[in-house]
Write a protein that binds this ligand. Sequence first.
Ligand SMILES: [Zn+2]
Length: 255
Amino acid sequence: MSFDEVGERVWRRRYESLDFNVGVVEGDEGLLVVDTRASHDQADELRSELPELSDKPVRWVVNTHWHWDHTFGNARFPEAEIWGHETCRRMLLEHGDEMKEGAKVWLPDEYHPVIDQVEVVPPSRTFAQRASLAIGRDVLLDHHGLGHTDADIVVRVPDADVLFLGDLVEESAPPAFGDAHPLEWPHTLASVPLAGSMVPGHGDTVDRAFVARQQEELEEVARLAGEVAAGRSPEAAAAEGPYPAEVMRTAFERV
Ligand SMILES: [Zn+2]
């Protein structure tokens, strides 16, 4: 696989590992990278591929949220401003070591030393609601509320009609509820203005119909989670849900 141009001078690179998407936006004097992958060596691999697109340096990095698979490559972009939600910075500063242990649960044993070596680097530039980056073209970072985590942001490139959704939308697997706010997530997603070309954190690019369908599913999860909180049997509620029972149970536990 290689880079797909999803809008003018905007690319995404889908990696086999975790079905992960990295975004790249070319500005006049540098590149902006959306999410840095799960380790130093994965970030180095990404860096080694960027010259296919442009010889400009990486001057900006954006973390869509604090999860390790989106942030553990940050240390390999020392020359760049790293942008993220203020809670993303706080979580990485306070819980970086725990996140490494959490990452290992998902990874084969032989990969654990690579995770141990990660230097957790939080965003250096933070905001609460919106930031606008002038990189020779406008790039807008917006936090719409609680969702997949407490610090999700979407990255919009208006002149290319491209939106990077982070894990607010997932294409290659059900949405991940481990750190989620299931009751708020559907409303948060509903408040995101959509775009012609949209890239989720994992999997294939998505269209408006896909996002609408996932939002309906998230509403269904929220409704069932509310019923469980009011006393309904989790097993019965999970059986009605749009996702596998294990995913549903995780969502219920978060409410
Ligand atoms: Zn995530």
